[in-house]
Design a binder for this molecule. Structure first.
Ligand SMILES: *[C@@H]1O[C@H](CO)[C@@H](O)[C@H](O)[C@H]1NC(C)=O
Ligand SMILES: *[C@@H]1O[C@H](CO)[C@@H](O)[C@H](O)[C@H]1NC(C)=O
Length: 370
């Protein structure tokens, strides 16, 4: 009997291991201003991402009125253009949500889901309605700011899709995940983030409270500036968070063995990790400080892309590139972009993204992908 049980247990362990090994990785991209794309650029982008086997596109809600990275923008306002709306439905301007309604239907037809950041540190720092009222520190500590911001999150996830007729929180065929804010708290430094980890969990609890436990949509953090800042112990122990998002541009954070130490922490905590933002600088500066400089030789940049995508994938992390753009890259400052028009690095990025799709992941994201 004992022997039988032992054999049975070993078999179970074997099946579990086989199950874990069966999960494949994937790649995707970011385009913060996707809601501003004209139809022809949207088609170029989605065809391009699909040709690379990319599965997820991360987008933000910040209003845009001017050309971004050489991409023409159809202008749209902030969700809260003139005042903090605090849950008053008629006060929000839903234009950005309606733009993304169309975008997510188009993306779905290319096998791509959206990852939606419902606010960004960038908008706060640029003095949007929250920045104007609270500044970049009190926004995270003032209880009125927190409750008004929670109302924004509730408004977004309950937005009823204009053609599908269901609220976003039910659209798991179109939406991969929700994040409260891109890079929350980064302007206040790593110590502030460490001291205010609860902010992330409180916002995630608000989001999860709307989604419920079986929405098929992931609740994620939105990343910080580098690996050690992005992965905080109280994020790993927060019930409402499914995925800890990592943003990293320093090349040490791309080392397989370094990433693996975070992977094992996440696995022990029952959380998943994603390299949600990474990129290879176009210039010959340090990779994590890429304002301007002399262009790297294409072969050198392509070797960087190949190496870093390879080490991230080898550690079992899916990744989203910052960023694939639907036009020729004008090489403005802080240039990690790869253009879908005439860019000598696009075929390299396609290759490494396809390789991710065929590689083993440390986490099983397959139920959340098309
Ligand atoms: C939302 O913004 C658009 C573009 O600025 C504007 O045309 C529209 O009237 C606004 N809608 C509301 C409800 O304020
Ligand atoms: C980048 O290249 C320029 C031109 O060759 C050179 O002067 C500069 O020192 C390089 N910068 C770095 C950080 O390597």
């Amino acid at each position: 009997m004992l022997r039988t049980l032992t054999t049975f247990s070993l078999l179970l362990v074997g099946f579990r291991a086989a199950g874990a090994q069966a999960a494949n990785s994937f790649a995707g991209s970011n385009l913060y201003y996707a809601a501003g794309l004209y139809d022809d650029d949207r088609t170029t982008l989605l065809e391009g991402l699909q040709s690379a086997g990319m599965k997820v596109l991360r987008v933000w809600l910040d209003g845009q009125s001017e050309t971004q990275k050489g991409t023409n923008i159809s202008p749209f306002p902030d969700l809260e253009p003139t005042q903090i709306c605090d849950g008053v439905a008629s006060c929000y301007n839903d234009t950005v949500l309606e733009r993304l309604d169309d975008f997510m239907v188009a993306a779905n037809s290319y096998g791509i889901k959206l990852l939606i950041d419902m606010h960004s540190y960038n908008a706060l720092a640029a003095g949007d309605v929250y920045g104007a009222a609270y500044g970049i520190e009190d926004f995270y500590t003032d209880s009125d700011a927190q409750s008004a911001f929670d109302q924004r999150l509730i408004h977004v996830v309950n937005h009823v899709h204009t053609t599908l007729g269901q609220p976003w929180k039910e659209l798991n065929d179109y939406i991969f995940g929700f994040e409260a804010e891109n890079e929350a708290m980064i302007g206040d430094g790593q110590t502030f983030i460490e001291d205010h980890q609860q902010w992330q969990c409180d916002r995630a609890t608000t989001i999860k409270g709307q989604l419920g436990g079986n929405s098929g949509i992931l609740v994620m953090t939105g990343g910080e500036s580098w690996m050690a800042e992005s992965v905080q112990p109280d994020f790993l122990s927060c019930d409402a968070l499914d995925v800890i998002s990592i943003h990293a541009y320093g090349t040490g954070d791309y080392d397989t063995s370094s990433i693996e130490s975070y992977v094992s922490q996440a696995q022990s905590a029952g959380k998943m990790l994603i390299m949600e933002e990474w990129g290879a600088c176009y210039f010959n500066t340090s990779n994590n400080d890429c304002p301007t400089g002399a262009p790297l030789a294409s072969d050198t940049r392509n070797a960087n892309i190949k190496q870093w995508a390879g080490t991230i994938t080898a550690a079992g992390l899916p990744w989203l590139y910052w960023e694939v753009i639907p036009n020729a890259d004008p090489h403005w400052g802080s240039d990690y972009e790869i253009g879908l028009v005439d860019d000598p690095s696009w075929s390299t990025l396609q290759d490494v993204a396809q390789a991710a799709l065929g590689a083993t992941a440390a986490f099983d994201f397959s139920p959340y992908l098309l």
